[in-house]
Design a protein around this ligand. Structure first.
Ligand code: UDX
Length: 443
């Protein structure tokens, strides 16, 4: 059992804190947001993530996991400190905003008067960890006895618990000049995961930082690649899902992340891509990542494409057209609407004067906060009642399993745009719907 703290109790931090408690450690979660700390301490998760409420409640109850706003408690009680705060996009810029990371260093370092290991998990521009090492050692009374490693987090929303407890790999960056005890401590903390055979890549700090942004850039590129193929499929009447299967069986390519549709969004991929490009330009290698600009343009075009299809479907003018948008979360099993392609489409249709009614199983409260003028329905049925067009914008299971025959009776026109290519085309067509996917045969 190790005594660890986790700074930041957002998506990454809260999940990691609960995960570390599940591995048997004694954990203190630290956040500046008093309301959030109070909720977590009461065992109440402020966002939706399958399996996490149970984990949180179990370990808060056992006393193995607690939360505080006071970094001094973390400094005095823990020997290992994870940094899991957010690194959002800077306002008006592409670069990452490291304010929260620096705030953790400034709050924690002066309190470290005995040897400690800091493990960075936040996604940061390459080069940050080396700077933070110097800053910690400068500010901490324990000086060089404070060691830093970089241990990026690859968790996916909706699968965060599984990804924390059973990750594909553990990446650890250490300063090769002064390896110290970081690797040994990290191996102790993750012992149950490593015992299960999980691969570990121990490398230098810069490579570990790059591992995260490179992984996200690759995933985004895969999605935009198949979306570009969807554009070509549309031009020739080919089917992008069959195409993805056809190329995905090649083990060198792989089928994962080849689902064409509305494209990627969320709190990570879009902003990490931009920050990576900004950092590459600073480093004088902007050219090397120039292709990511195209990856982003392909991604943004998807949203415009769905709005265009919607306009055509209702006769060329969106004004006054009743449209049901099913899904506003950036992906299923999440209530996250950050950079959500689905919410963007709903908003664009609304701005063009369409009479949009939105339904999402989990994300409506968040969507209503960021788009207060959008109208929301209580159920799929409410959303589609009286609609001239239904758009499936997030592939929730509830939508994939909806009965097209029953919904057909509620709408004014049987038209569906399957913006996630997730519906059973034959079943919808058999129920009399005019089906349109993205990069699929229209029928
Ligand atoms: C991502 C990375 O996967 C994860 O490793 C990292 O730690 C954080 O960022 P997440 O944002 O939870 O995780 O979502 P992910 O499952 O990667 O999906 C990202 C977006 O791509 C979603 O909007 C999703 O709908 C879209 N997507 C994904 C596609 O459009 N097609 C696909 O084939 C896969």
């Amino acid at each position: 059992m190790e005594r660890v703290s986790v700074f930041g109790t957002g998506y990454l931090g809260a999940t990691h804190a609960a995960g570390m408690a599940e591995l048997g450690h004694e954990v203190i979660g630290v956040d500046t947001d008093e309301a959030k700390v109070a909720r977590l301490q009461a065992g109440d998760l402020p966002f939706f993530e399958p399996g996490l409420p149970e984990l949180l409640a179990r370990h808060v109850e056992s006393g193995r996991l607690r939360f505080t706003t006071d970094p001094a408690e973390a400094a005095s009680e823990a020997d290992v400190h994870f940094i899991g705060v957010g690194t959002p996009q800077k306002h008006g810029k592409h670069a990452a905003d490291l304010t929260q990371v620096h705030a953790v260093v400034d709050a924690l370092a002066p309190l470290l008067d005995r040897p400690a290991v800091i493990l960075g998990k936040s996604t940061v521009p390459v080069g940050t960890a080396a700077q933070l090492t110097m800053r910690f050692q400068e500010l901490a009374p324990a000086g060089a006895a404070v060691e830093l490693g970089w241990n990026p987090e690859f968790l996916r929303e909706g699968l965060a618990v599984q990804d924390t407890l059973r990750p594909d790999r553990i990446v650890l960056g250490v300063d090769p000049g002064r390896p110290g005890s970081v690797e040994e401590v990290t191996r102790r903390i993750y012992a149950p995961i490593l015992d299960a055979g999980t691969p570990v890549i121990v490398t230098d700090l810069a490579t570990a930082e790059l591992a995260k942004v490179a992984a996200n850039a690759f995933l985004a590129t895969k999605i935009s690649f198949i979306n570009a193929m969807a554009e070509v499929c549309d031009a020739v009447g080919a089917d992008v899902r069959d195409l993805a299967d056809a190329i995905g069986h090649d083990a060198r390519i792989g089928r994962a992340f080849l689902n064409a549709g509305l494209g990627f969004g969320g709190g990570c991929l879009p902003k990490d891509l931009r920050a990576f490009r900004a950092r590459a330009s600073e480093l004088g290698v902007g050219e090397s990542l120039a292709f990511l600009r195209e990856v982003e343009s392909i991604n943004t075009r998807r949203r415009g494409r769905v709005v265009d299809l919607a306009r055509q479907a209702v006769g060329g003018r969106l004004e006054g057209a009743r449209i049901a948008v099913l899904g506003v979360a950036f992906k299923p099993d999440s209530d996250d609407i950050r950079d959500s392609p689905a919410l963007d489409v709903a908003g664009r249709l609304h701005l063009e004067g369409a009479d949009v009614l939105v339904y999402d199983p989990r994300a409506m409260a968040n969507a209503a906060r960021s788009w207060p003028t959008l109208a929301f329905a209580d159920s799929v049925e409410d959303a589609v009642a009286g609609a001239r067009l239904v758009i499936v914008a997030t592939e929730w299971q509830e939508f994939r399993e909806a009965d097209p025959g029953a919904l057909a009776k509620l709408v004014v026109e049987r038209q569906v745009i399957d913006a996630r290519n997730c519906l059973d085309v034959d079943a919808w067509c058999a129920a009399g719907w005019r089906y349109q996917g993205l990069g699929r045969h229209a029928s």
